[in-house]
Design a binder for this molecule. Structure first.
Ligand code: SF4
Length: 225
């Protein structure tokens, strides 16, 4: 058996294995991936990523489509009433706060970047409420720029599998940069988000139906099924 906790993690074997399991299950794509597959407009990717935080995929998808229908671009969002943005995106989690945030971001992007979402990590992170995770997803899905987007699923599964031993998504992102071949920097987010939603569940992972059962060290896993 290969040791997963070293610098020779067989990502090129593991990734296709996990992907194949997701396909067998017919696991749907995360909401922002669906939006990106239709149109990789950076405006759509950035706004739907913000809507998606602490919000279920189906709700994110519907709220994003309503937002795009009412406010198709950054200029219209910057000019919108906050209440109208709230109306479009509710019942997304924290929709009032997100509506304010979306308007602020649109206003800044209009005035500072001529309406174009910046393709630079630091510029993105300077926007209100935009952290490394949102910035990385925009760089990945809108501009095809290599960046590792680490959300709670990526952080948890990378630790369970023993790829990293970290205590925060930010730390996981830094450690993965050292060991993950560049070809996987963009795909890792979509794959492990789906894996976390359907198999390696946050509270009680379905290890008995996971192809990694037997070689996964299951670090930090309490009970599993
Ligand atoms: S064996 Fe269990 S803990 Fe490990 S990756 Fe699979 S589902 Fe997750």
């Amino acid at each position: 058996m290969e040791n997963l906790v070293n610098d020779k993690i067989p990502f090129n074997r593991i990734f296709p294995m996990l992907e194949a399991r997701l396909e067998e299950l017919g696991a749907p794509l995360p909401s922002v991936s669906i939006i990106a597959a239709e149109d990789n407009d950076p405006y759509r990717i950035l706004t739907s990523t913000i809507i998606s935080l602490r919000t279920r995929d189906a709700v994110t998808l519907a709220a994003s489509r309503r937002l795009f229908a009412s406010f198709p671009d950054m200029a219209s969002l910057a000019a919108a009433d906050t209440e109208a943005i709230e109306e479009a995106i509710k019942p997304a989690g924290f929709y009032r706060r997100k509506a304010l945030q979306l308007k602020e971001i649109a206003t800044i992007i209009e005035s500072r970047y001529g309406g174009r979402v910046p393709d630079d990590e630091e510029a993105l992170k300077s926007l209100p409420g935009v952290g490394i995770k949102t910035a990385s997803l925009v760089l990945n899905l809108s501009y095809g720029i290599d960046a590792i987007c680490v959300d709670c699923h990526v952080h948890q599964i990378a630790n369970r599998l023993g790829w990293v031993s970290t205590s925060s998504p930010e730390e996981t992102e830094r450690e993965l940069r050292k060991i993950l071949p560049r070809q996987y920097w963009i795909p890792i987010n979509e794959m492990l988000v789906r894996y976390g939603q359907h198999i390696c569940l946050p509270l009680s992972p379905l290890c008995s139906s996971c192809p990694m059962e037997g070689e996964c060290p299951k670090k930090g896993v309490g009970s599993c099924r």
